[in-house]
Design a protein around this ligand. Structure first.
Ligand SMILES: *Cc1c(COP(=O)(O)O)cnc(C)c1O
Length: 409
């Protein structure tokens, strides 16, 4: 006899226990909404951690994927891949870059960036320049090298010696950067807005000074735009807000809209050491991924789309500002750009995230006790209004619980 249908599956024992997952599973999605098997609707302002840039089951992406799936999935990089060349051409045309390498994740894109920077100095006659300077609070991925780049002790613990070649300086401290550069330094790697680190933005002036300093010192500037790229901040890439350009940039998360894609973009000069055989990937840039990536760009680069992201982001921040004023014992302060928005929590973030889940609003946590709102870039005022209503209800529920606890004490 089969087990009765329940909305919650029995605990899993066969997967690695690496994730502390919420007790929720979804059967389908549409736009900014996710549905459980029982038909419960959740408003998804986590978007697969800034991945579902065009929402769930976007018809444009579904069509691109299924059309490609009927023709060709994978051939490897032994052969030319027209969709890959097209996506590279378009990213180059829309950015500072001259060249692109495709991978499957953010961490892999960053690995490519790190290798590109080291190779640049190697072929420039400076093999001693291999160290990368990074910023405290950064997140660059979970491979051994990108963990070392991120420098977070809690992620490094127990995995043997930290990979050599990464030095870290405190957030926003330009003098510390100057002091940390040595004749071995190859590059500075930075997220224009730290995502996992708590939606912490670097002032434009800081990034401009960094560009000048890199030029003076012969350092490459790597921007990790895995989270901030592909329209998330209201520009295709967040560096466009700053008036400067990096030498190397990484993209992932939103570029595939849910299909795993990573990309490392570089100027021809920065990529000059990446000659045949120096780097590779079996899956990276395969026809399925590229069909979806091109479809994502069709939407994001269409007239008015990024204007829409900026307008919706502004509207979200305005509504959040007054919401936060109404619930000062729960939330206090809104930050971020476009649809990468952080709210600082007065109460512990896990409590707030759970209360929001109780109102069927999904958000992501971040460092510095911040909750991140990362809705699909396709949301409009209606979804923002619905999210504000749920935030308001969750804050009221937390306030009521605190009042009850105080009374019973
Ligand atoms: C998510 C993220 C990464 C890692 O991406 P994965 O696809 O998980 O490897 C790297 N850098 C930044 C800024 C990110 O937000």
């Amino acid at each position: 006899m089969s087990a009765p249908e329940t909305s919650v599956s029995k605990p899993n024992t066969t997967l690695f226990d690496t994730f502390a997952r919420a007790p929720l599973e979804f059967e389908r999605g549409e736009g900014a909404w996710l549905y459980t098997r029982d038909g419960d609707a959740y408003l998804d302002f986590s978007a697969g951690i800034a991945v579902n840039s065009l929402g769930h089951a976007n018809p444009v992406l579904v069509q691109a994927l299924t059309e490609q799936a009927q023709k060709l999935w994978h051939t490897s990089n032994l052969f030319r891949i027209p969709g890959q060349e097209r996506l590279a051409d378009r990213l180059v045309a829309a950015s500072f870059a001259d060249k692109v390498f495709f991978a499957n994740s953010g961490a892999e894109a960053n690995e490519a960036a790190i290798k590109t920077a080291r190779r640049y100095h190697y072929v420039s006659g400076h093999p001693e320049r291999f160290r990368i300077l990074t910023i405290e609070g950064a997140f660059h991925g979970r491979t051994l090298a990108t963990l070392a780049a991120g420098g977070q002790q809690k992620y490094l613990e127990g995995f043997g010696p930290k990979a050599d070649g990464f030095d870290q300086v405190p957030f926003g401290d330009f003098d510390a950067i100057k002091a940390a550069v040595t004749p071995e330094t190859a590059a500075i790697m930075i997220e224009p807005i730290q995502g996992e680190g708590g939606v912490r933005a670097f002032p434009n002036a800081f990034l401009r000074d960094l560009r000048t300093f890199c030029d003076q010192q012969g350092l490459l500037l790597i921007m990790d735009e895995v989270q901030t790229g592909i329209g998330r901040t209201g520009k295709l890439f967040a560096y466009e807000w700053t008036g400067i350009t990096p030498d190397i940039l990484t993209s992932a998360k939103g570029i595939g809209g849910g299909f795993p894609i990573g990309a490392c973009l570089a100027t021809a000069e920065a990529a000059k050491g990446m000659t045949p055989g120096t780097h590779g990937t079996t899956f990276g840039g395969n026809p399925l991924a590229m069909a979806v990536g091109n479809a994502v760009l069709d939407v994001v680069l269409a007239d008015g789309f990024l204007d829409h992201v900026r307008e919706t982001g502004l509207y979200l921040k305005q509504r959040l500002a007054s919401l936060v004023d109404q619930h000062p014992t729960i939330l206090d302060g809104v930050r971020g750009e476009g649809l990468l928005v952080g709210i600082h929590g007065v109460r512990p973030v896990p409590e707030i995230v759970a209360a929001l889940r109780g109102q069927h609003l999904l958000v992501a946590g971040a460092g510095e006790n911040v909750i991140r709102l990362l809705p699909p870039l396709t949301v409009g005022r209606a979804e923002v209004d619905a999210a504000i209503e749920k935030l308001d209800a969750a804050c009221s529920a937390l306030e009521a619980a605190a009042d009850a606890a105080r009374l019973s004490a």
